[in-house]
Design a binder for this molecule. Structure first.
Ligand SMILES: *Cc1c(COP(=O)(O)O)cnc(C)c1O
Length: 353
């Protein structure tokens, strides 16, 4: 019955999210979720919203949340935008800021949603290969473009760029918007929010899904100068005025306010990552330096697909990307609790033996 489809639907290649198996007793290290769960204060704030007031629409602009985020980062409130997960923030910013005659640039190995948005919005793009160390090299982007987007740290590699390199991007491309997708920034990278005041072409995107353990709530944000935020608001209000419900707004405010819980859980994830990376090295794995809550690793003697299958037989799920060819021998493994990562090390020892 696809004759009923709009023309563009025939051309789409949608994003495929990581598997969310229904089975229990799995060690699930495939979608970069946080093993520690949300702040108890955020849970309490959300429970308080389950009330008669749900008959009323939420604050369309999420004003208290904008204020909380602005205060947290020390930026004016008109520099902040929020959406239903950072995927929605991205879905709004692609048509708002990245659709121009010259091509949008992003790395060849990166978040696989970017080309999907380009397909939906008919945005012309070019991919720029990572260098031999799987790094984003600013010099490779010296070409005409209508915008640039990359995650920092990059996904699925985990490799981060220093702030000085982000600044180099902003200087070399002063005439187009540079979007830095900081989904994993809280696990060891340097946020570019401090550059927003100085660079009118910078938009920083973040999410509460990873470091604040609220993937199920769907809250993401962007920080940039007001002219960029206005473009996002215009598209948002042409699409959905109420992307964040009352529960999500309250939970997100409380999650930002609970700095102690945030610092405690993210430092646990970082410590586990360092331990786990050393264990992998003992087993002969080569792991890219990660600033994220996952590692990207390969074993010179063992095929990644076979390792992933053998782990699955032991109820441990990790992510394997068949494409592009350059990363086909890597596994992306989310950092779980120390117990989960220890179980994975034990399983790998068995498999390699
Ligand atoms: C997880 C992730 C997102 C999306 O996060 P949500 O806020 O859950 O939609 C965006 N960008 C990158 C690079 C991610 O890994």
């Amino acid at each position: 019955m696809s004759q009923f489809w709009s023309k563009i639907v025939h051309t789409l290649t949608p994003y495929v999210p990581g598997e969310q198996p229904k089975l229990t007793n799995l060690i699930k290290l495939n979608t970069n979720e946080n093993p520690y769960g949300p702040s108890p204060k955020a849970l309490a704030a959300m429970q308080a919203q389950i009330a008669d007031t749900l008959k009323l629409y939420p604050d369309a602009a999420s004003t208290p949340l904008l204020q909380t985020i602005a205060q947290h980062y020390g930026v004016p409130v008109d520099h902040v935008f929020v959406g239903n997960g950072s995927d929605e923030v991205l879905a709004l910013l692609f048509p708002a800021l990245l659709k121009h005659d010259a091509p949008l640039l992003f790395p060849d190995i990166t978040y696989s949603f970017y080309p999907v948005y380009c397909g939906l919005y008919e945005i012309n793009y070019q991919t720029v290969p990572l260098n031999a160390r799987f790094e984003i090299d600013v010099a490779d982007y010296d070409r005409p473009c209508g915008g640039i987007i990359f995650p920092n740290p990059n996904a699925p590699t985990g490799v981060g760029l220093p702030l000085a390199t982000i600044e180099e991007f902003l200087k070399r491309h002063a005439d187009c918007v540079v979007v830095v997708d900081e989904a994993y920034i809280d696990f060891g990278g340097e946020t570019a929010v401090s550059l927003v005041a100085q660079y009118p072409n910078l938009l920083v995107v973040q999410t509460l899904s990873k470091s604040r353990s609220l993937a199920g709530l769907r809250v993401g944000l962007a920080i940039g100068q007001p002219h960029l935020i206005e473009a996002l608001v215009r598209v948002k209000d042409s699409f959905n005025s109420y992307p964040l419900d009352r529960v999500a707004q309250a939970g997100a405010v409380a999650a930002f306010e609970d700095v102690a819980y945030f610092d405690d859980t993210r430092s646990k994830v970082i410590a586990t990552r360092e331990w786990f990376t050393a264990e992998l090295a003992q087993l002969g794995f080569e792991t890219l330096p990660s600033q994220a809550n996952f590692v990207f690793t390969r074993h010179p003697q063992h095929a990644a697909a076979e390792l992933a299958t053998a782990l699955r037989e032991r109820s441990i799920i990790v992510r394997h990307f068949k494409r592009p060819e350059r990363i086909a021998q890597f596994l992306r493994i989310t950092i779980g609790t120390p117990e989960e990562c220890a179980a994975l090390v034990t399983a790998l020892k068995e498999i390699l033996a």
